[in-house]
Design a protein around this ligand. Sequence first.
Ligand code: PTJ
Length: 252
Amino acid sequence: MIPRSHPRYESLMKREKIVEGFKKGIVAHAGLIAHGRGEAFDYLLGERTQDFALEAEKAAIAKILTAKNPVISVNGNVTALSAGDVVTLARRTGAKVEVNLFYRTEERIERIVEVFRGYGMEILGKNPDARIPGLEHSRALCSSQGIYSADVVLVPLEDGDRAQALKNMGKFVITIDLNPLSRTARTADITIVDELTRAIKNMISLVDSIDEPQKILSTYSNNEILSKSLEHINKRLEKISEELYSSSGLKT
Ligand code: PTJ
């Protein structure tokens, strides 16, 4: 039991959810590693939503609201951390939800489908009837009603190969990834460099505020957002390093 007063309460609770998800057969082994990598980047970013992330979240909502067949792709980590909020986001935007696993097993698919059923939502992906071209084995499996025919796909915490394969299909790809250097972050059309649970909550609260989606999208540049996120990390580290140096007594 983590006390609320713990200075790292939020972060530790997310870790607990991932560990619980792993024990329940929802999160993959590699999901534990992926979460740790995310934590490290969140530390560098300052563990809160920065302006560049909010800008990307706004553009993402603008795109989803104007899409014909938007789909939110969920994996083990997304289910363990944010299933309830994903359901709210899907209902508020009219997006479908599809389970699409990198480390696909029928047991994990079943468990994830059950979690969403618990929130009153039947998700796609349990009985895949299509394939994402260019991907091998079960990583390619998807639903013809969902990801296969989607024009806009929100793929949080995605692998670079699949993000590229979705782009090759002509889809507009939105990702949430704390690592602005990842292949997925650099491949996507919109990259939200923010922690998943914060990003999804922000997106839900932005739904009603989008007035002119085309205007938001026409001025959006993903490379600018990625550049701003790296600049932010740079500045933060420089500042902390300078503070440490000046308190070391070495600076006159
Ligand atoms: O459930 P499965 O089988 O589909 O597998 C899911 C994982 C995440 C294991 C799989 O897609 C994978 O291996 O992903 P990667 O290549 O490790 O990429 C995950 C990315 O998400 C990394 O760049 C992490 O920094 C980032 N990340 C991890 N946790 C979070 C995150 N980004 C935002 N919020 C997080 N909570």
